[in-house]
Design a protein around this ligand. Structure first.
Ligand code: IMP
Ligand code: MG
Length: 186
């Protein structure tokens, strides 16, 4: 067994289907477009996890805007961040006086985004908001909440639609819960 079937057998359940994601991403795109009408917006993709969410969200947004990309890697194990963030690719354009919307895959402890928003604030954007596909509020270790959120999920390790385990599973078109035995093996 290989590919999609192999990935699917390592999941204990499909948490959010492709159809549910599509509908919700369209709603988010419409809401953000209403909120930012007439403003200079930069939609910022946090690589790699947000890549698929970002590209669907961008197409669901009807406003005039720019896109940019930031690569971050955080020190920690494969399932939990230490919150110490290293920038592997910085934004190419200036965000000063622009309205920044950060597109992220998931907010877990919140440490990554807390660190990142502090860093980006020092560049004086006109405003900055967070849009994440998934939120695990139970796991929060600092005082931060997303401004826009696709789905609130329970404290389970999920993969698919950009989210990975050891760099794999990102290309699943839905979000599933990874079986515990998969990461217990390592
Ligand atoms: P935080 O700093 O703890 O909020 O972690 C955010 C980062 O941890 C995300 O950008 C993901 O890369 C990763 N992460 C947290 N939970 C999950 C999960 O359930 N599946 C895959 N990656 C996750
Ligand atoms: Mg990530």
């Amino acid at each position: 067994m290989w590919g999609r079937e192999f990935m699917a057998q390592n999941l204990s359940e499909v948490l959010i289907t492709e159809e549910q994601i599509k509908k919700r991403v369209e709603e988010l795109g419409e809401q953000i477009s209403r909120d930012y009408q007439g403003k200079e917006v930069i939609l910022l993709c946090i690589l790699k996890g947000a890549c698929i969410f970002f590209s669907d969200l961008a197409r669901a947004m009807t406003i005039h805007m720019q896109m940019d990309f930031m690569g971050i890697s955080s020190y920690g194990n494969e399932r939990k961040t230490s919150g110490i963030v290293r920038i592997s690719k910085d934004i190419d354009s200036s965000i000063t006086d622009k309205h920044v919307i950060i597109a992220e895959d998931i907010m877990d402890s919140g440490l990554t985004l807390s660190h990142l928003t502090k860093l980006l604030s020092s560049r004086n954007p006109a405003s900055m908001r967070i849009c994440c596909l998934l939120d695990k509020p139970e796991r929060r270790e600092c005082d931060i909440t997303p401004d826009y959120c696709g789905f609130i999920i329970p404290n389970k390790f999920v993969v698919g639609y950009g989210l990975d385990y050891c760099g794999e599973y990102r290309n699943l078109p839905y979000v599933g819960v990874l079986k515990e035995e998969i990461y217990a093996e390592k």
